[in-house]
Write a protein that binds this ligand. Sequence first.
Ligand code: ATP
Ligand code: MG
Length: 440
Amino acid sequence: MSAGQGKVQSLRGLVDLLPQQTPLWQHLEATAREHFRRAGVAEIRTPLLEHTELFARGIGEATDVVGKEMYTFVDRGDRSCTLRPEGTASVVRAAIEHGLLSQGAQRLWYGGPMFRYERPQAGRQRQFHQIGVEWLGVADAASDAEVIALAWDLLAALGVGGLALELNSLGSPEDRAAYREQLVAWLEAHRDQLDADSQARISTNPLRVLDSKNPDTQALLAGAPTLAEALCPESRERFAAVQEALSALAIPFVLNPRLVRGLDYYSHTAFEITSSQLGAQATVCGGGRYDGLVEQLCGAATPAIGWALGMERLVLLLEQRLAAGELQLPAAAPDLYVVSRGAAAERAGLALAVALRRLGLAVERDASGSAFGKQLKRAQRSGAAWVAMIGDDEVASGQLRLKRLGAAGDATAAVPDAESMVPLGDAGAVLTSLRLLNQD
Ligand code: ATP
Ligand code: MG
C-alpha cells in the first residue's frame, strides 16, 4: 500500500451483515416466507435502481424521502437514476408494466435493501432492509383487516413483544380536501407557535404537520380539528367495518387521529405497529390504503393496500430474545468433521468430504494440516456429532476411523467407546455406518 492510502471502509450508514448475524436474518426471512405462503401471497422482485421520476411521482416531491433522502445519480446514458428508497412504487410500476392488474387481484410481497440518505443511528441506516406487502385490486374493508393481520401475526410469530397497533382513517379524497382546508386555516391562525419545519409544511404538505416530532407542536395540535370529524358517513361506516373485522380477529388497536400520510393517493385505512421493546425508533411497521397511486403512475384506477416493516429493527428485537434465551436458532453444526494429515490422507479426506456432501451430508473439512489434536479441538468446536480421522495409518490400512464427539465444549474430545472403522474411499459405507451408529 503506498503512502497516503488507507484502508477502504464501508460507506457511512451502510452495514455489513457478518456470519454471526446472518443466521438470525435467515430465520426472519424463512419465517416471513412461510407466513406469506400460508396466506397465498406471492413474491415479487424488482430492480434496486429505477428512474428517479418513479419515486418523484410515486412517493411525492413534498416528502422527506424524495426531498432529502434519495440516492440519485446520472448514469452513463444520461438518465437520472435512484436507488429505491421503498418498495411500493416499484411494485406498482412492475404490475402496470407487465399487465398484472388485468389478471385479477395481486397479493404480493417483497423483501430486500432500501436506500435513504438519513442520519445513521441505532435502528436507522442508509442501506436498510424492508419486508413489504402490496395487495392490488383489493377494495373491501375486510381485506384491510386481513392485510393488517398479516403484519401483526408475522411479528407475533417472530415473538416480538410489546406490540401496539395504531389505526386511523384518512377517508376519501373529498373528505381529505375538506379537512385540509380546515386544517390549513387552523395552522395559519397558529403559525407563530409552530416549529419551522411545520410552518414550511403548511403550504407543501399540511397533513404531515400532524405527524410532527416536535413536542411543543404536538401539544399545540391537541386543539386542532381532527380528520375523524371530517369523514363523510360512508367513510365512517367503512372505518367501523375495518375495526370490527380487527376485533373479530382478536387484534387490539388504538385509534390515533394524528396518524396521517401527506399524499393525495392515500385514503381510508392508515396504520402503524410499534414495539415498546424498541427505543426511540419504535415503529416496526407502517402501512395503509393507497387507492390513488396506480392511477398516479398511469395505470387503470385500482384500489390497493400495503405495508412495510423495517428488518433491522426487527433483528434488534430478535437479538434481545436470543440473548434472553427465548429464541433458539437451528444449529449450524455439520454432521461430520473430516480430520486428515499427510498428503495422501488429505487427498482421501477431500474426496470423502465432497462425496458425502453429494450424498446430502453436511461435512466440514479441516484444511489446516496441523496436528491431529488441534484439528480435533476444531472438530469439537464445530459442534459436529462425528469426526472422520484419516492419517498415514488409515491410508495404509484402507480404513478410516469414525469417532463420536462429545457435546460441544466438552473437555473429552471424543467418546472413546463410540468408534468404528470404515473402508476409506467408500462414502456410501461411511454414510451407512453413521446412520447405524446414530441409532445406538
Ligand atoms: P421513520 O419515521 O422511522 O423514519 P418512515 O415513516 O420513514 O419511518 P416507512 O417509510 O413507513 O418509514 O418505512 C417502514 C419501516 O421501515 C419503518 O417503520 C422502519 O421500521 C423502517 N425504516 C424506515 N427507514 C429506515 C432506516 N433508515 N433504517 C432502518 N429502518 C428504516
Ligand atoms: Mg423516515
